[in-house]
Design a protein around this ligand. Structure first.
Ligand SMILES: [Zn+2]
Length: 73
């Protein structure tokens, strides 16, 4: 059905999408959640779910960002 096409276009229905490669994370794939303190609600497209492989560099990036003095106090 053409009407349903847009439901699949984003690939995000029914499951999380990887914030790095924008592909859906399949149940069979390992995933990790990375949270950035400068993007608590994910509106910048940083905080969210990643494939385990895709998320590695973001995890280290988040680690750096979350420690930065500008993020608080
Ligand atoms: Zn990915």
């Amino acid at each position: 059905m053409f009407l349903d096409d847009k439901c699949f276009a984003g690939g995000g229905r029914g499951g999380p999408s990887c914030q790095a490669c924008k592909r859906p994370i399949l149940p069979s794939e390992r995933q990790t959640r990375v949270e950035f303190q400068n993007d608590p609600d994910g509106s910048k497209g940083l905080t969210g779910d990643y494939h385990l492989a895709c998320g590695r560099r973001f995890e280290s990036l988040a680690h750096v960002i979350n420690m930065k003095p500008w993020s608080g106090s």
